[in-house]
Write a protein that binds this ligand. Structure first.
Ligand code: SF4
Ligand code: SF4
Length: 139
């Protein structure tokens, strides 16, 4: 089914500093982890934080979002995909990957049955540091 709605999940701790511009910018320009959506100008996007460690609140947030999307917009869950922000998925300037990433994936992918992609903005500098083994490589 065609993807109609992207949910970017951001690290709650990082959002205390980061307004999320680079995630939004990567989505709008269809770069980084969003290149596959090039040509789809109708796709919508929302950003939510994980709610704080250990990430349990993400289940409640996404569960309500799915109900609302279906009721208000007629968008089925099969048309929704979750992107874990790069600050959750990859070693980067802020910190190593989220220590609860597998729990987040269990809540989102197993409990809610949503597809998950890792990453949003892909920073050239972080990629360089990964190639120099200063950061962990992306899996
Ligand atoms: S990936 Fe970057 S822009 Fe997006 S929330 Fe994390 S730190 Fe902010
Ligand atoms: S659970 Fe992970 S993504 Fe959420 S606040 Fe904690 S470190 Fe950040």
């Amino acid at each position: 089914m065609e993807i109609k709605y992207i949910v970017i999940v951001q690290c709650h701790i990082v959002t205390e500093k980061c307004p999320g511009f680079f995630c939004e910018n990567a989505f709008t320009k269809r770069v980084g982890a969003f290149t596959e959506y090039k040509g789809n100008s109708h796709i919508r996007c929302i950003t939510v934080s994980c709610g704080g460690c250990c990430g349990r609140a993400v289940h409640r947030k996404l569960s309500l979002l799915l109900k609302t999307l279906k009721k208000r917009e007629g968008i089925e869950k099969e048309s929704v995909i979750v992107h874990l922000a790069s600050c959750i998925a990859f070693d980067n300037f802020h910190a190593p990957p989220c220590p609860h990433i597998n729990y987040l994936k269990e809540l989102i992918g197993v409990k809610l049955g949503l597809p998950i992609k890792e990453g949003t903005k892909i920073s050239d500098l972080s990629e360089k540091r990964r190639s120099e083994c200063l950061y962990q490589p992306r899996s």
